[in-house]
Design a protein around this ligand. Structure first.
Ligand SMILES: Nc1nc2c(ncn2[C@@H]2O[C@H](COP(=O)(O)OP(=O)(O)O)[C@@H](O)[C@H]2O)c(=O)[nH]1
Ligand SMILES: [Mg+2]
Length: 194
C-alpha cells in the first residue's frame, strides 16, 4: 500500500463521534515514548502530522488521522509513564477500554515495543488485553536503528517469548531510517482492504 494522503482529523479526550467515523481503523498502541507518533509520521512521510515529544507522557488524547480518504489511523495515548498519578492511570485505562469496546471498525492494532528493552509491565498488560479480546495485532519493535544486528538477534527472541509471538512475526522498525516501513504499510493495507 502507498500512502497518498494523510490528514489530521481530530483529538479526542474520550472516544466518541468524529467526522467520518465508521471507516476501517488501524490503531497504534504502546508505552509513552516508544515512538508511536514518530512511526505514524514516518509511515505517512509527513514530518509533523503526529506531534512527537522528547518529554513523554503528554499525549493524553486519542489522535485520529485520515489516510488515503479510506481509513483512520489512531494514535492512542501511551501507557507506563512513571510520573503520572494513580488517578491519571485509571483514567487512561478507562479511555483505552472505552476505545477498544467502541471501535467496531478496528482492523489492526500495531503494538509498538522498544527493541532495546525487555517488555515492560504495561507492554505485557497490553499484550494480554489484545489476546484476551481477540484483537488482531502486529508487534512492531521500534528504534531498531539503535541496535546492531547481533544485539537484535538477542533482543528479538526475548521480546517474542514475552509477547507470545514468533520472532519472525515482529516487524523491526525505525522512524529514523525507514526500516520496516514497507512491510508495515503492506500489512496495514491488507488489514484495511476487503
Ligand atoms: N533513534 C530513534 N529514535 C526514535 C525513533 N522513534 C522515535 N524516536 C524518538 O523517541 C522519542 C519519542 O518518540 P515519540 O514518537 O514522541 O513517542 P510516542 O510517545 O510513543 O508518540 C522522540 O525523541 C523520538 O525522536 C526511532 O525509530 N529511532
Ligand atoms: Mg505520541
Amino acid at each position: 500500500m502507498e500512502i497518498k494522503s494523510a490528514a489530521f482529523v481530530t483529538s479526542l479526550p474520550r472516544y466518541g463521534a468524529f467526522p467520518g467515523r465508521g471507516l476501517p481503523q488501524v490503531a497504534v498502541a504502546g508505552r509513552s515514548n516508544v515512538g508511536k507518533s514518530s512511526l505514524i509520521n514516518s509511515l505517512c512521510r509527513v514530518r509533523n502530522l503526529a506531534k512527537t515529544s522528547g518529554t513523554p507522557g503528554k499525549t493524553r488524547l486519542i489522535n485520529v488521522f485520515l489516510i488515503n480518504d479510506t481509513f483512520h489511523l489512531i494514535d492512542l495515548p501511551g501507557y507506563g509513564y512513571a510520573r503520572v498519578s494513580k488517578r491519571e492511570q485509571q483514567s487512561w485505562g478507562r479511555m483505552m477500554e472505552e476505545y477498544f469496546a467502541r471501535a467496531e471498525t478496528l482492523r489492526l492494532v500495531l503494538h509498538l515495543v522498544d527493541i532495546r528493552h525487555e517488555p515492560s509491565q504495561g507492554d505485557l498488560t497490553m499484550n494480554a488485553f489484545l489476546y484476551r479480546n481477540g484483537l488482531p495485532f502486529l508487534v512492531a519493535a521500534t528504534k531498531a536503528d539503535k541496535l546492531s544486528r547481533a544485539q537484535r538477534g538477542k533482543a528479538l527472541p526475548v521480546l517474542a517469548r514475552a509477547l507470545a509471538v514468533q520472532p519472525f512475526d515482529i516487524v523491526q522498525t525505525s522512524a529514523q531510517t525507514g526500516e520496516g516501513r514497507a512491510e508495515l504499510l503492506e500489512r496495514v493495507g491488507r488489514a484495511v482492504s476487503g
